[in-house]
Design a protein around this ligand. Structure first.
Ligand code: NDP
Length: 291
């Protein structure tokens, strides 16, 4: 029997409809949620990602502004742009598309984004608050994975989740969010010895590696849930994940496809975070008026 597919495209669309209703409610109160996206240089993949983000914002009635800067932009002029956006009333979320050119210190750039507008959830303050379970913006990809699991009716409490990959934007925060929902979490990475011995124990495998079809039938316990975060090209230049879908299909109880799994959820959660930021700002403004 085939594994059940967790359809991120459908779940993402469902969530976007709910977010669109919240956008309308904000507009009725005079606020249009706004996302600023900064793109430095001409990286073709980054251009595509940015265009998708803008299109998705507009589709649900949000405002989006693209700030394009040349490849040789200095760090100071980029920081200046961010400081300006931090103060703008019409901008509720700021996103700097990564990677950035070599002359720019990514950490300094991310740390300059106001925590109130850090809808990517990458800044040290956002990460710290996430670790402490405080109100913040959750990083979009792991947040999207949590929503996928929830919508698929998978209760993670007490389950053993094995994360393959420990990047700041996917693997590490993914483990934290699962831990907060009472999963038992194991992190694995490129220095892990005998990876199979870990993944084979997993009730939930999260593959965030960046290597085409790396997770095969030998890694997966029958009945495990397999979430594939990877976006790669296979030998025929076809889009594929970190999981060998055909090999794992029928062994896993549930699996996310690539494309159409985690990918659509990342942008969905960016929209959700931006709308949440606009809602929080409106509440704060109302509270100040009532003082
Ligand atoms: P990184 O390259 O930053 O991290 C990859 C991780 O995989 C590292 O922690 C690395 O270990 C680990 N790794 C590499 N080789 C092995 C191995 N042989 N065994 C075990 N672990 C290994 O990638 P990202 O986290 O940014 O992205 C991962 C994948 O997810 C990529 O394909 C990316 O395109 C995709 N992605 C998809 C998104 C979406 O929206 N669907 C969003 C973001 C990313 P070590 O730390 O030891 O080097």
């Amino acid at each position: 029997m085939s594994s059940a597919i967790i359809n991120g495209k459908e779940i993402g669309q469902e969530i976007r409809k709910e977010v669109a209703v919240r956008v309308d409610a904000l507009k009725q109160q005079g606020v249009t949620p706004g996302l600023a996206v900064i793109l430095v240089g001409d990286n073709p993949a980054s251009k595509t990602y940015v265009a998708n983000k803008q299109k998705s914002c507009e589709a649900i009635g949000m405002f989006s502004e693209l700030i394009k800067l040349p490849e040789d932009t200095t760090q100071e002029s980029l920081l200046e742009q961010i400081r300006d956006l931090n103060t703008r009333e019409d901008i509720h979320g700021i996103l700097v598309q990564l990677p950035l050119p070599k002359q720019i210190d990514e950490d300094a750039v991310i740390a300059t984004i106001s925590p109130e507008k850090d809808v990517d959830g990458f800044s040290p303050i956002s990460v710290g608050k996430m670790m402490l379970g405080q109100e913040t913006y959750l990083p979009c990809t792991p947040f999207g994975v949590m929503k996928l699991l929830e919508h698929a009716g998978i209760d993670v409490a007490g389950k053993h989740a094995v994360i393959v990959g420990r990047s700041h934007i996917v693997g590490k925060p993914m483990g934290q969010l699962l831990l907060q929902k009472d999963a038992t979490v194991t992190y694995t990475h490129s220095k892990t010895k005998d990876l199979v011995s870990f993944t084979k124990q997993a009730d939930i495998i999260i593959a965030a590696i960046g290597k085409a079809k790396f997770i095969t039938e030998e890694h997966v316990k029958p009945g495990a849930v397999v979430i594939d975060v990877g976006i790669n090209r296979d030998e025929n230049n076809k889009l594929c994940g970190d999981v060998d879908f055909a090999a794992v299909d029928g062994i896993a109880s549930h699996i996310t496809p690539v494309p159409g799994g985690v990918g659509p959820m990342t942008i969905t959660m960016l929209l959700e975070n931006t709308v949440l930021s606009a809602e929080r700002k409106l509440e704060q403004d109302k509270a100040v008026k009532n003082l």
